[in-house]
Design a protein around this ligand. Structure first.
Ligand SMILES: *[C@@H]1O[C@H](CO)[C@@H](O)[C@H](O)[C@H]1NC(C)=O
Ligand SMILES: *[C@@H]1O[C@H](CO)[C@@H](O)[C@H](O)[C@H]1NC(C)=O
Ligand SMILES: *[C@@H]1O[C@H](CO)[C@@H](O)[C@H](O)[C@H]1NC(C)=O
Length: 630
């Protein structure tokens, strides 16, 4: 059978849901750092300690302190405030490392309580004789998740016997000084750091997923600079499990696995009946691996960071966009060869191995100093598992500690980084070439696609496929994205400042207002100048109308009238008759006045009137040509 036989990864499917939360499975190498007792002489020497999986270890640094063993609350499960205990160091004194006993509550809570009381670091003394284990954060429950992110002090587990030694020395009235040294925590053999991130495309697994996504977004800029400079070689990895052969056709395996049970991931909602299934996650993980492979082949491995962050933003599960269609749009926007990605992914329904995922499963097994990867996310630096907070500053420190001294890139020294991704094909963001406006912004976190503000005009949109100018003045910037054209000194525009986000062709034109507005041929379409005496000539945006020799064209009324004075005179007589008539009607309201005005005046009279005095009903008259030419 083509199934893996390694017992280390053979985990029953029912177990799968727990795996993201439960630490310590299989052979697990604890990352030790050196703890050196400098006084008293009786216990001077180096001891092992295991770095906690939270807080911020001082990678590449060291820290000296005095060990304090509290009189009360020795397990640190309660607030030290309740006992009136403070670990704040007095001015000039060494910082306090608090010794706490293991048991009764989460490691993280002990460290949190000590940090709140002013501790600089925490040493947790084991309560059984055993090999050191890694202190991981407790499985997410709302309350602990909140404080874990705020733990900043380093912590380490020490063996029971070493704990006893420290306690004896302290109770004997000795001042116990120790040095925590992280300089050896990351091997630094050469001028290139190899590191791996074991990650997951699932974005709905609660605190761990949120933290991972936040980290990837934050760290992207630095990662890309390091990679482009050749300082690092980064490889992303994804954990999968296989379904034991006997269960291949079970409902669970069918919903969580691809390639007939070979590669599985836990159901995102841990509910087989709703939402996304485990196999959707495996499939996206595979796509991300292939995106890396394809971009690595074209010597741009850092594009993986753009893809995963864009995918998170553009294709989240909660918007039901976690799918192939959305992924393909992102892949294309980044200029990655979609066909190569698809070829690499192969057919998820087939009953055979997928070479890419097979390699991933093999890589899960520990090699050399690394140990099996069982916790997600896991960062591996120079083949050692990184322990500590997944946070930009802390990880950068750990990576930088991996360079041989003096070979570290300037990023390591300044901490400030700025990328120049926007220069390269606009990095997949929206852009208006004509107006030279882009949604791409280089920041120290890498590029972001955000609709810009140009000359005080705000653009709104997703930043990737569209941005539209909004608010007052929007027509001044790139004409609000609307059509406009100039011919022979005349400009027509489909943008109106007060029409939020809309483009409307001006009168005399038809079209979508964005790409084009086409001139309406008023003559052909019989929109104007249709009287028997009229002769019509279309112009761009309007028309010209002339009447037979002795007739005058009245545009407002789209009619020809006689130029002869007698008719004009008679027309004026008619006006006076009406005015007198109105005066006699006396006291008529404005509305009545207006009504009569309209109903009594025949069109010819109104046409003449309009040449001598403004009419109050001019808004009825098509007058676009004046406005547009203004
Ligand atoms: C953690 O820190 C943040 C920001 O400093 C703060 O708003 C929040 O209340 C803190 N959480 C706890 C549990 O102290
Ligand atoms: C990425 O490319 C480099 C050389 O270009 C190669 O050494 C490395 O193994 C590749 N990584 C993967 C995961 O294919
Ligand atoms: C576009 O704008 C950028 C910055 O605003 C400027 O550096 C660049 O020269 C402009 N390009 C063109 C073609 O106007």
């Amino acid at each position: 059978m083509g199934y893996p036989k390694r017992s280390e990864v053979a985990i029953l499917l029912g177990f799968l849901q727990l795996i993201l939360l439960e630490p310590v499975v299989g052979r697990f190498v604890v990352e030790k750092n050196s703890l050196k007792v400098t006084s008293p002489d009786s216990i001077k020497g180096n001891y092992d300690s295991a770095i906690g999986n939270f807080g911020i270890p001082q990678y590449g640094g060291s820290m000296a302190g005095t060990v304090v063993y509290p009189k009360d609350n020795r397990k640190g499960c309660k607030s030290f405030d309740d006992f009136g205990i403070s670990f704040k160091a007095k001015a000039g004194a060494l910082p306090n490392f608090v010794l706490i006993d293991r048991g009764d509550c989460f490691f993280a809570l002990k460290v949190w309580n000590a940090q709140n009381a002013g501790a600089a670091a925490v040493l947790v003394a084991d309560n059984i004789d055993e090999a050191l284990i890694t202190m991981d954060s407790p499985e997410e429950d709302g309350s602990s998740a909140k404080y874990i992110v705020n733990i900043t002090i380093p912590s380490a587990l020490i063996s029971k016997s070493f704990g006893e030694k420290l306690k004896t020395a302290i109770s004997g009235g000795n001042m116990v000084n120790v040095n925590l040294d992280w300089r050896e925590a990351v091997p630094h053999p050469d001028d290139r750091v190899e590191y791996e991130l074991w990650t997951n495309s699932n974005d709905e697994c609660g605190v761990k997923c949120d933290m991972l996504m936040e980290f990837v977004k934050d760290f992207k800029g630095a990662a890309q600079i390091l990679e482009q400079g050749g300082y690092t070689q980064f490889t992303p990895h994804y954990i999968t499990w296989y379904c034991p052969h006997a269960f291949t056709i079970s409902k669970q395996c069918k919903s969580q696995c691809i390639n007939h049970g070979r590669y599985c991931a836990p159901d995102p909602e841990q509910d087989f009946s709703t939402g996304y299934e485990g196999k959707d996650v495996v499939h996206e993980n595979l796509r991300q691996l292939c995106v890396f492979k394809v971009s690595n082949e074209s010597k741009k491995p850092w594009v993986w960071w753009d893809y995963v962050t864009d995918f998170q933003i553009r294709c989240p599960m909660k918007e039901k966009k976690y799918n192939k269609e959305c992924a393909d749009v992102v892949i294309k926007s980044l200029g990655i060869d979609l066909r190569k990605v698809e070829k690499c992914m192969g057919d998820p329904e087939t009953d055979s191995d997928n070479p890419v995922l097979k390699e991933e499963q093999a890589a899960q097994i520990g090699k050399g100093s690394r140990g099996d990867v069982t916790i997600l996310p896991t960062l591996v630096v120079n083949n050692r598992q990184y322990r500590g907070k997944l946070e930009k500053g802390a990880v950068l420190k750990a990576l930088c500690a991996g360079f041989e001294e003096t070979t570290e890139p300037s990023v390591c020294l300044s901490g400030e980084v700025e990328t120049n991704e926007c220069l390269n094909n606009n990095a997949g963001c929206w852009k208006d070439d004509k107006a030279n406006i882009t949604a791409c912004k280089d920041t120290f976190r890498g590029r972001v696609c955000e609709c810009p503000v140009v000359n005080g005009v705000r653009f709104h949109g997703d930043g990737y496929s569209f941005c539209v100018a909004t608010g007052p003045g929007r027509c001044k910037v790139s004409n609000g994205g609307c059509w406009h054209e100039n011919r022979n000194g005349i400009t027509f525009s489909a943008c109106l400042d007060n029409e939020e986000g809309k483009c409307t062709c001006p009168p005399g034109f038809k079209g979508d207002g964005v790409k084009s507005c086409e001139d309406i041929d008023e003559c052909k379409e019989k929109k104007a100048c249709q009287c028997p005496e009229c002769s019509c000539k279309n112009t761009w945006g309007s028309y010209e109308c002339t009447c037979n020799e002795d007739l005058l064209y009245i545009r407002d009324h789209d009619t020809c009238i006689s130029k002869r004075s007698s008719e004009v005179k008679s027309a004026w007589t008619a006006v006076w008759v009406i005015l007198i008539g109105l005066g006699m009607a006396g006291g008529g309201s404005y509305l009545v006045y207006k009504y009569r005005w309209r109903s009594y005046m025949d069109s010819e009279i109104r046409a003449i009137m309009s040449q001598y005095m403004p009419l109050d009903s001019q808004n009825e008259v098509p007058d676009h040509i004046h406005e547009d030419r203004a």
